[in-house]
Design a protein around this ligand. Structure first.
Ligand SMILES: [Zn+2]
Length: 240
């Protein structure tokens, strides 16, 4: 059951997805008291709406960030699918690098720009050989964990209160300019380097690109999942 076409509907009147999903946490059953919005929604409605969110990074992130009780079982799965996404992106960048090298070989200086771009986009090695045995780079695992922690721990954006969208001067909904749709307050590059366990210099040698890409993937996936969740709510609770 996927409803990706009408994902923009109902967003303006919808409560924040986090407040709704908090109803699934036993500890937070009173969270909705006096919160306005759609007070008649039950945890069962919220759980049913979650069923309308397609499987993948966005759904897992929604659970990780807003439903810790339900997310305990899914963290490993989330880390696995993020690892696979990173591996595919690493491969794409290496392919671009190889193509650029071949282009330089064939066309000389005319392909230098392509080469410079591909080289600048390259990610750190995923593994290297140590006494004949491949050793995986720990950085990718650290980035995955740090991104999840950042999305779970960072405070809500003051511009949109975590909604990712806000009204502009004409009343139209637009992507929040402060958080660019993440719903969270951005944290500093240095804090990110620290969270990844690398020096600032080391972070700037390519781990920043890995971090930003992984963050963007999680943010965009979660935004889409939130839209599907709200669409699901509209289906679960059709007005009489
Ligand atoms: Zn915002």
């Amino acid at each position: 059951m996927r409803r990706e076409q009408n994902s923009g509907r109902g967003r303006s009147s919808a409560m924040h997805v986090g407040k709704l999903m908090a109803r699934l946490n036993v500890k937070n059953v009173r969270f909705d008291v006096g919160s306005g919005g759609i007070p008649e929604l039950t945890p069962q409605d919220v759980a049913a709406a979650l069923g309308y969110v397609e499987d993948g990074i966005g759904r897992e992130m929604l659970c990780q960030v807003w439903w810790p009780d339900g997310a305990k079982l899914t963290e490993r799965h989330l880390l696995e699918i993020l690892a696979e996404a990173q591996r595919l992106e690493w491969q794409r960048r290496e392919d671009a690098m190889l193509n650029a090298m071949l282009a330089v070989a064939a066309h000389g200086n005319k392909a230098q720009m392509l080469y410079a771009k591909a080289h600048g986009d390259r990610w750190p090695r995923m593994a290297w050989m140590e006494q004949g045995i491949p050793v995986p780079a720990q950085g990718y695992t650290r980035v995955r964990r740090a991104v999840i922690d950042e999305m779970k721990g960072a405070g809500l954006c003051s511009g949109c209160n975590g909604r990712a969208y806000r009204s502009n001067d004409t009343g139209a909904l637009c992507l929040c300019p402060l958080c660019l749709g993440s719903g969270h307050r951005p944290i500093s590059e240095r804090s990110r380097a620290e969270a990844c366990g690398v020096s600032w210099m080391g972070y700037r040698k390519g781990w920043d690109r890995v971090y930003e890409w992984t963050m963007a993937l999680c943010t965009e996936s979660m935004r889409r999942a939130s839209q599907q969740f709200h669409d699901g709510l509209g289906t679960v609770r059709v007005p009489n």
